[in-house]
Write a protein that binds this ligand. Structure first.
Ligand code: SAM
Length: 329
């Protein structure tokens, strides 16, 4: 098992399949994009499949989420998902995506074994979408969402980040849209993970502000039926339920004590936290002919060294060198 010295067990593996993205969300990267990883440094589909197999068969991983960058940019995504779905015990398989191109691929992804999906959608206004992502693709995201629901990748979850003076007033509209379409919305507090290092605590929209905005239109009540466990989102029933809304308050209500996640970057590095300052290199082990047990041993050591918390609220906090797009959100 992947245990750390604080008694936490990592069972949820987040795999970044690429650091590239076809959007330029300003809380993540600059409009001109970034220096992408050179292709030879990115894990091949077979290498990803091997690491996922080691995680599941030898290290107790029970859930695998593919992310990025934008995972739909990987042409071999269906094969990677199929390989994960063939494992025993079969892990839960999910995908976090911006939804662009999902309308053409949702059914194939489901057939390969994808169980669940999260689609990022921060605004319903085309001009705000353009401003926030530097691309004109709102309609593509909305059709991707509809395709995910039609393919039965339910409950379709929607991730939204609110930014001051940009989309901060859209919380109720986003919730209305998700309720109307049967999607489950979760707001994510903006974290200091942008490549530009522009995040300022005083400027971020807090969970409290989001609750305040929603409370003007909706009644939110305790979701006592759903055990939170290690889930990052705190969920609430909307207007008595059964519809729900979630808030991931990583900054103002950290949940590190219950964290069960471990991350694999697109270039084969294990990170024991989004905010880790160091990584463990599994790619060079793989490529030097290491055995599964040698790979598993380095992975175990990486998780064992996990710190008690992300430290965002400590005066000594240092933002990680890699931005969210390179770590895998
Ligand atoms: N491209 C995919 C997408 O858009 O969902 C997957 C990768 S993206 C990095 C994963 C999630 O991280 C998205 O929901 C995005 O909104 C969120 N995210 C990115 N940067 C963030 C930040 N600085 N703070 C909070 N959430 C962030």
């Amino acid at each position: 098992m992947l245990t750390d010295s604080y008694g936490r067990i990592a069972t949820d593996l987040r795999v970044s399949l690429t650091d590239r993205c076809n959007l330029r969300c300003s809380y993540c990267m600059p409009p001109e994009g970034l220096d992408w990883l050179p292709k030879p440094e990115v894990l091949t589909g077979d290498e990803v499949a091997r690491l996922v197999r080691i995680g599941v068969e030898a290290l107790g991983i029970r859930e695998v989420r593919f992310t990025g960058g934008e995972p739909l940019l990987r042409r071999d995504l269906v094969a990677i998902i199929a390989a994960a779905a063939a494992l025993s015990p079969r892990p839960e398989i999910s995908l976090t995506t911006n939804g662009i191109g999902l309308d053409r691929r949702a059914a194939a992804l489901r057939d390969a074994g994808l169980d669940r999906i999260n689609v990022s959608l921060d605004t319903l206004r085309p001009e705000v979408f353009r401003k926030l992502t530097h691309r004109d693709r709102l309609d593509d995201v909305l059709s991707g969402l509809a395709a995910a629901a039609a393919a039965g990748l339910t409950p379709v979850k929607v991730n939204a980040v609110l930014m001051r003076d940009l989309n901060e007033d859209e919380a109720p509209a986003l919730l209305r849209y998700c309720l109307d379409h049967g999607y489950e919305l979760r707001f994510i507090e903006q974290m200091p993970l942008d490549a530009q290092h522009g995040w300022k605590r005083a400027e971020m929209i807090t969970a409290e502000e989001i609750f305040g905005a929603l409370a003007r239109e909706f009644a939110l009540s305790d979701d006592s039926e759903r055990e939170r466990g290690a889930a990052p989102a705190e969920t609430f029933l909307v207007n008595g339920g059964p519809a729900r809304v979630g808030v991931i308050a990583s900054v103002t209500r950290p949940f590190c004590g219950a964290c069960d996640r471990v991350r694999l970057t697109a270039d084969g590095q294990i990170r024991n936290c989004l905010f880790a300052r160091s990584e463990s290199d599994l790619r060079s082990l793989l490529r030097s002919g290491a055995t599964d047990e040698e790979v598993a041993a380095r992975w175990r050591a990486a998780v064992a060294a996990k710190l008690p918390g992300h430290g965002i609220n400590d005066p000594s906090f240092l933002q990680p060198d890699r931005p969210m797009s390179a770590i895998g959100g």
